[in-house]
Design a protein around this ligand. Structure first.
Ligand code: AMP
Length: 170
């Protein structure tokens, strides 16, 4: 199955010049959704993770079923102000603007094997910030998975110390 066919391109969203890759068209198709989750889970299985960390919000939709398939726990990384207990936070640059992400300080135990999942790799800034937070909490990043990789933005280079898998390269 060619998953790329199920990804919709929206020009100039959310700002002029951005080619937004909309995965809602993939998610609503039962075969494409299942194929994307199954393929990502299988690509990350060899990393033998304890935990899947998903990045709000589309990283939750992809990361939670991957964690379920792999028999892992799921840890949410959320936008500032959403997590109720003590958090670690990090501010980073995006392809458009900047943002602050947070993780619960007790979400990860030292030495746990962690994979980070998001829908899309652009510049890699988001995932890099998340990996740094996981490492600060003592986690060991054993893999990173995306449905989509925008190759021209070279996010993979920014994440070169980690094993990165992606299903669709655009
Ligand atoms: P980056 O930190 O540059 O790798 O950006 C990745 C994050 O921003 C992911 O959470 C994506 O969902 C979102 N994102 C960045 N660029 C796009 C794009 N062109 N289309 C859809 N989502 C994007």
């Amino acid at each position: 199955m060619d998953l790329a066919q199920y990804i919709r391109n929206i020009p100039d969203f959310p700002t002029r010049g951005i080619q937004f890759k909309d995965i809602t068209t993939l998610l609503k198709n039962r075969e494409a959704f299942r194929e994307a989750i199954d393929r990502l889970a299988e690509a990350l299985r060899t990393a033998n993770p304890d935990l899947v960390v998903g990045i709000e919000a589309r990283g939750f939709i992809i990361g939670a079923p991957v964690a379920y398939i792999l028999g892992c726990g799921f840890v949410p990384v959320r936008k500032k102000g959403k997590l109720p207990a003590a958090t670690l936070s990090k501010t980073y640059e995006l392809e458009y603007g900047s943002a602050t992400l947070e993780i619960h300080r007790d979400a990860i135990e030292a030495g746990q094997r962690v994979v980070v999942v998001d829908d899309l790799l652009a510049t890699g800034g988001t995932t890099k910030a998340v990996c740094e937070m996981v490492e600060e909490l003592g986690g060991n990043i054993v893999g990173i998975g995306f449905v989509i990789e925008l190759e021209s933005l070279r996010g993979r280079e920014r994440l070169k110390q980690y094993p990165v898998v992606s299903l669709v390269r655009l």
